[in-house]
Design a protein around this ligand. Structure first.
Ligand code: SF4
Length: 375
C-alpha cells in the first residue's frame, strides 16, 4: 500500500504523461480504445477486455489541424485533432466519438479522413429521453459500437463481462463521490490542482485500478485531522478547468474548489447505471436517460442553476466560477439560464475563459482576485 503522497504523485504522473499510461497498457499486450470527451460508452470497451482511455486534448502547437477545423472550434477538439494528425495517439486500436455537439459531429468526419491509421467509431445519443423509443434506439447504437469494436479489434463482449464492467464503473463513481466529500475536510492537501488531478487521472487508468488508488487516498485522508480552511470556497461549472497554471491562481488567492459541475470531473460520476431494469445494454441506456444537469443533454426547465445553488449550499461555497470553454456552444447556450438562477438565489458568480493553449493568465488573475475579494 502506497502512502498518500505516493498515490497523489502517481495520479499526477498519469495526468502529466498520458502517453506513458498508454504505453504501459500496450506493453502488457492490452488493446486501448480512445474515448473522445465527454461521454463514451466506456463500459462496453471494458467489457470487451480493452482499456478505455480519455482524449481531452492538451497543450500543443495547433498547425496541422487548421486544414480540418475552423479557428473557432473548441480548443479540446483542436488539440485532439492536432495530436491525432501528429501521430501522438498511435497505438490506439480505435477511437469512439460521441457526436453530441456540432463540433463533435464534424470531428467524426475529420478524424475518418485525417487520421486513417486509427479507426473511428461514432455514437449518437438520443436527446428526446422521455420517449420510450430512446432506450431501444440507444441499445441499437451500443450494438453498432460493439459490432465495430469486434470487427476492428476481434474482441467480443459477453453479458457477464458487461454486468461486471457496470459494477466496476458504479463502484468507481461511488469512490469518486466519496473522495470529493472527504477532500473538503482536507483543503490544505486537496488543493484545486490536486482535486483536478485525482479526477482527470481516472481517464488514464483501468477503472478498478483507479478505484484501488482512490480508496487508499480516502483512507489516508480520513486518518488526518480535519483542516480548518479559512479561504474562500467555490464551485466550478463548465467543461474543464485546466491547465495547471490556471488552477495555481486559485491557490494563490486561497480559493478552494469544494464541488464541481465540470464535464471532465463530477458529471462523469454523478449518475450510476441502475442495478436493475434489464440486461446490461438496457441498463446503460437507462443511465443515459438518468443523466442530468449537463449542457450537452436536453432537459426541460434548465435545472442547472438550481443544481449549482444546491451544491453551493451543501458544500459551504461562497460562489460559482463558470469555466467557459472557448467557443463551446452547448455551454454558452446554458450559461444565461443558470446565471439568472444563481442571481435570483443571491449566489455570486464569475466567468473565466478556458483555453488549453493559453499561456497568459493576467486577465483571469484579475477576475479571480476581484471575485475572491467580493465573495
Ligand atoms: S461540448 Fe463544447 S467543449 Fe465539448 S466538444 Fe462540443 S464544443 Fe467542444
Amino acid at each position: 500500500m502506497a502512502d498518500l503522497k505516493e498515490n497523489l504523485a502517481l495520479l499526477k504522473a498519469a495526468c502529466d504523461n498520458p502517453r506513458a499510461r498508454l504505453d504501459h497498457y500496450l506493453s502488457q499486450g492490452k488493446k486501448v480504445v480512445g474515448c473522445f470527451a465527454p461521454y463514451a460508452p466506456e463500459e462496453l470497451i471494458h467489457a470487451c477486455g480493452m482499456i478505455p482511455m480519455g482524449l481531452w486534448g492538451g497543450r500543443t502547437e495547433l498547425k496541422l489541424v487548421k486544414s480540418y477545423l475552423p479557428a473557432f472550434a473548441c480548443p479540446i477538439m483542436q488539440s485532439d485533432m492536432e495530436l491525432g494528425l501528429r501521430g501522438a495517439y498511435e497505438g490506439l486500436s480505435a477511437v469512439i466519438i460521441p457526436a453530441i455537439c456540432d463540433t463533435l459531429r464534424c470531428m467524426t468526419q475529420n478524424w475518418r479522413f485525417g487520421v486513417t491509421s486509427i479507426p473511428m467509431i461514432p455514437i449518437v445519443y438520443p436527446q428526446n429521453r422521455t420517449s420510450p423509443a430512446s432506450v431501444d434506439y440507444l441499445i441499437s447504437e451500443y450494438e453498432t459500437v460493439l459490432t465495430m469494436l469486434y470487427t476492428i479489434t476481434g474482441n467480443m463482449m459477453t453479458e457477464k463481462a458487461l454486468c461486471a464492467a457496470i459494477d466496476i464503473y458504479n463502484e468507481h463513481n461511488k469512490a469518486m463521490r466519496e473522495f470529493d466529500q472527504v477532500a473538503n475536510n482536507h483543503l490544505d492537501i486537496v488543493t484545486p490542482k490536486v482535486r483536478h488531478c485525482v479526477h482527470k487521472s481516472a481517464f488514464f487508468y483501468e477503472k478498478s485500478e483507479h478505484t484501488a488508488i482512490l480508496k487508499e487516498i480516502i483512507e489516508e485522508l480520513k486518518k488526518l485531522p480535519a483542516h480548518n480552511f479559512t479561504g474562500k470556497k467555490v464551485v466550478l461549472a463548465g467543461i474543464t478547468c485546466e491547465p495547471d497554471d490556471l488552477l495555481d491562481i486559485f491557490e494563490e488567492y486561497n480559493m478552494a474548489v469544494v464541488a464541481d459541475d465540470l464535464a471532465q470531473e463530477s458529471r462523469q460520476y454523478r449518475t450510476d447505471t441502475p442495478e436493475k431494469g434489464g440486461g446490461g445494454l438496457k441498463r446503460l441506456a437507462l443511465q443515459w436517460n438518468n443523466r442530468y444537469g449537463c449542457s450537452l443533454i436536453h432537459e426541460l426547465g434548465k435545472p442547472r442553476g438550481a443544481m449549482l445553488t444546491k451544491m453551493c449550499q451543501e458544500n459551504g461555497a461562497q460562489g460559482v466560477v463558470s469555466c467557459m470553454m472557448k467557443f463551446c456552444d452547448p455551454e454558452e447556450y446554458d450559461q444565461p439560464y443558470y446565471e439568472a438562477d444563481l442571481r435570483k438565489a443571491g449566489i455570486p458568480y464569475v466567468t473565466i475563459d478556458i483555453d488549453q493553449q493559453n499561456t497568459s493568465y493576467e486577465q483571469i488573475r484579475t477576475r479571480l482576485q476581484t471575485f475572491c475579494e467580493m465573495i
